[in-house]
Design a protein around this ligand. Sequence first.
Ligand SMILES: O=C(O)[C@@H](O)C(=O)CO
Ligand code: MG
Length: 253
Amino acid sequence: MTTFSANLGFLWNDRPLPEAIKLAYQAGYSAVECHWPYQFDASEVKAALEETGLQMLGLNTDRGNLANGENGLSALPGREAEARAAIDQSIDYAIKIEALNIHVMAGFSTGEEAKKTFINNLLYASDKAKPHNINILIEPLNHYDAPNYFLQTSEQAKDILQEIGRDNVKLMFDCYHLQIMEGDICRRLTQLLPIIGHIQIASVPDRSEPNTGELNYGYVLSELDKLGYSAPIGAEYKSKAGKVDSSWLDDYR
Ligand SMILES: O=C(O)[C@@H](O)C(=O)CO
Ligand SMILES: [Mg+2]
């Protein structure tokens, strides 16, 4: 049976995170994940997780200077000190709320130096996260939403993960981004399963409720089920109506 994790970066993101966790529970989600929880008191987030029994699957490292349009720091040569401070911050927060994964955001860059910088920062994150049983994730983003983002395809991610060779550094397979960039979703999920740490979904191309759009998630999720994948699937979509609508969950349970 497929279970789902509510991505609170998009769902109920107008509410304080502890309240959003409770709303996700009431809507029938089995887990939660977020983007940047740092403005919320970790002890209040932990209390909401305990009250609902939901686990926080993941959070992201800080993006850097938002006024300058930054979207992560870890593949930016010369910005290692800030990238590592963001990694430290995310690990400290994840420990407090017992989150499972940290998505280390690469940022806008390209080339061999950027790759080397990203790998070194990921090794740093891997070492720091290991004693706490936290996994590090890297996520390719599509070139329409994040033009010039360093990590854009699962092929590129696979190559980086092979070079890193750490069992706690994995791929965040966001079907929305990868359908846009590469397609062939079910074959890729099957082949990459050993290096996948988390899977996310949304409709393509409009990133709304997963039961619409060009990708048939009924089929994708049943293939994952056949592969024995049983972790909650991240629902990372923006509700079409503006107000969160969770009725699509009934199509897949
Ligand atoms: O797909 C996304 O946009 C997110 O998973 C994320 O963490 C980066 O914005
Ligand atoms: Mg995603």
